[in-house]
Design a protein around this ligand. Structure first.
Ligand SMILES: [Ca+2]
Ligand SMILES: [Ca+2]
Ligand SMILES: [Ca+2]
Length: 605
């Protein structure tokens, strides 16, 4: 788990190598090339900005969230909800994208697919993610989408839930384009007894779902897109051996409908009158009015049997939770009309608290608000840790995998996906926090006590004074419109699809492209770091460093494509007035080769 940045240790190793070579004839100078991590980017305390009508009291023990800037760099689909199995691995559904070289789409009606993968490893930044079997097909009809929801591996058996969405993934209504505006029924669980290699179909269908809802096609449900509470490895912290499911829902007689809207020229939206029989995504894949709770002793016999379930049905006169096996008596666990949506929860042993993530993603295709609640018991009371307005800026499917929680419970990794709908209805979306993407994201965060400030950030070596590239004059062989060579020496590893000002992209060059750094005064340097453009299209696979003293060094390996790691080249000190990096080979079809960052370390003049 220790991935701290250790340039000083490397410098010492190089010095030791030189010392060992002392006495030998001076032949080729020692050069050490190795991969290094990009410094964490985007460290920030996410300011909690709860709306005035927030019904949750502030938590007395947790008062905020610090994103450390450490984040993953996977290229996968979305909809990851990892479950920690007794073999130590995580097993997760996924869909809508490509994972491990295989595509999957859940919005295909009769041919709707859902994927499944195993996530192997202890480091959230270095997981090996492999499909356990090809995506499986189960009809969504009469809905059009059938997506993954609650997923649990318990005692070696994988229970994989799906839920329906309608009427279409892209639905135009009075000038506004919605994404899956109607949340549908839950057609039970598919079961695998061999950790995802083979599957038994659910006995339920969209027209004969596990929970007896909705009353009519496209009508509201209560146990919508239910997700298992994450009780840790093999459910070890379940209070009673039961699995608990949180659903999002709405009522038939909703007193607060969501409004009809239309886009504005400024990239926002405004309310317009409407008399149509359309619920405007009041209960969609990512928006809801209430949260509901159910529980079941998991087994292949019970998981698809409604009679085996109990439902939270409010509180008795003494304030104690009431459980019922009569689905018609289900009551909201939580309600904040027009401010709820996708819901997950995780037990945090070090805090002896549950954390709940809720995303209000209405109107389904714009920025989304997420918030974190905590409670000592699933039945509450739940209190606010942080209301994260515009998290992502379009973050969804948030969950805290129990596998990646520190012993004290204060450092966790948030699993989510972001920004699936850039430009729908003209709405612009930024990536925030940095490193987010449409697909699996894991971001490290620290929970702060009320009033606790963030500890000082670790020193960022790229921003330290000995990175003399920052003072260099920059020339490049070419620059793509809106890009410049300066982006490669700004001490930030970023670029498309993030901030394009923070990288250099050439104008349609490949091998042969170059970038030259020059100084007015001689610089004594001993180390260079090169970070590829973060995008997955362009990759430098070979290159050469040339120095004003006439020496040169060829790269020993390709630059890592994703830029979460870079290549460090350490060498015996040189005193130079310029260094040029020339690209000598690229990944086939790289459209605009360039660099996210070119750092040069030394003692200056
Ligand atoms: Ca409502
Ligand atoms: Ca940069
Ligand atoms: Ca790249």
């Amino acid at each position: 788990m220790n991935r701290e940045y250790v340039p000083r240790a490397l410098a010492a190793a190089v010095a030791a190598a030189f010392a060992a070579a002392a006495g030998a004839a001076p032949i080729a100078a020692a050069v050490v090339q190795r991969l290094v991590n990009a410094p964490p980017a985007g460290r920030q305390v996410w300011q909690s900005e709860p709306p005035a009508d927030c019904p949750f009291e502030p938590s007395p023990i947790l008062g905020g969230v610090l994103f450390t800037g450490r984040h993953s760099d996977y290229r996968c689909g979305d909809t990851f909800y990892p479950s920690w199995a007794s073999d130590g691995n995580l097993y997760s559904p996924w869909t809508d994208g490509t994972t491990d070289g295989v595509g999957c789409g859940s919005g295909q009606g009769a041919d709707a697919q859902t994927g499944q993968a195993v996530m192997i490893g202890h480091d959230p930044l270095e997981l090996t993610i492999r499909n356990t079997s090809p995506p499986k097909v189960a009809s969504a009809l009469p809905y059009q989408g059938r997506y993954p929801c609650g997923s649990l591996v318990h005692d070696g058996i994988w229970y994989y839930g799906t839920y329906c969405l309608g009427p279409a993934g892209s639905y135009d209504h009075k000038g506004f384009r919605w994404n899956w505006p109607n949340l549908g029924p839950m057609p039970g669980f598919q079961i695998s007894r061999d950790l995802g290699k083979t599957w038994e179909l659910s006995p339920h269908t969209p027209e004969s779902p596990l929970f007896p809802e909705p009353a009519q096609y496209l009508g509201p449900v209560k146990m919508g897109a239910p997700h298992f509470v994450d009780f840790g490895k093999n459910m070890e912290h379940s209070p009673d051996g039961k699995a608990y499911l949180l659903g999002m829902g709405a009522a038939e007689d909703d007193p607060e409908p969501r409004p009809c809207i239309k886009p504005t020229p400024a990239g926002s939206f405004e309310v317009q009158p409407c008399s149509d029989d359309f619920a405007h995504a009041n209960l969609s894949w990512i928006s809801a009015d209430q949260v509901y709770l159910a529980r079941v002793k998991p087994s292949p016999e019970t998981i698809n049997d409604l009679k085996s379930y109990e439902f939270f049905a409010g509180r008795d006169a003494g304030g104690e939770p009431v459980w019922t096996s009569d689905f018609s008596r289900i009551e909201p666990l939580l309600e904040w009309n027009n401010h709820m949506g996708c819901v997950t929860a995780t037990w945090v042993p070090g805090l002896r608290r549950y954390l709940m993530c809720i995303t209000d993603g209405w109107p389904t295709v714009a920025k989304m608000d997420s918030y974190i609640l905590e409670a000592g018991a699933l039945t509450g009371p739940w209190r606010l840790v942080a209301y994260m307005k515009d998290f992502g800026e379009q973050g969804y499917f948030l969950n805290f995998p129990s596998r990646f929680i520190s012993t004290d419970g204060k450092t966790l990794w948030l699993c989510y996906s972001a920004n699936f709908s850039p430009d729908w209805n003209g709405v612009k979306l930024e990536v925030n926090p940095p490193g987010g993407r449409y697909g699996l994201c894991l971001h490290e965060l620290r929970l702060l006590a009320p009033g606790e400030g963030a500890e000082p950030a670790p020193v960022d070596p790229l921003q330290a004074a000995d990175n003399v590239a920052r003072q260099a004059r920059v020339e490049v062989s070419s620059a793509h419109p809106d890009y410049s060579g300066q982006g490669a020496v700004d001490a930030h590893v970023d670029g498309y699809p993030g901030d394009i000002r923070k990288e250099w992209a050439s104008a349609a060059e490949g091998a042969g492209a170059w970038i030259k750094l020059s100084w007015d005064r001689l610089q004594t340097i001993d180390r260079v770091q090169l970070f590829d453009r973060p995008n997955a299209l362009d990759q430098i696979t070979g290159g050469r460093l040339e120095f004003s003293d006439g020496s040169s060094i060829d790269l020993a390996r390709p630059l890592p494509d994703g830029a979460a790691r870079g290549l460090e080249i350490a060498f015996e000190s040189k005193t130079v007035s310029w260094v040029r990096f020339t690209v000598t080979s690229v990944k086939p079809d790289s459209p605009n080769i360039g660099l996210a960052e070119f750092a040069v370390f030394g003692s200056g003049t």
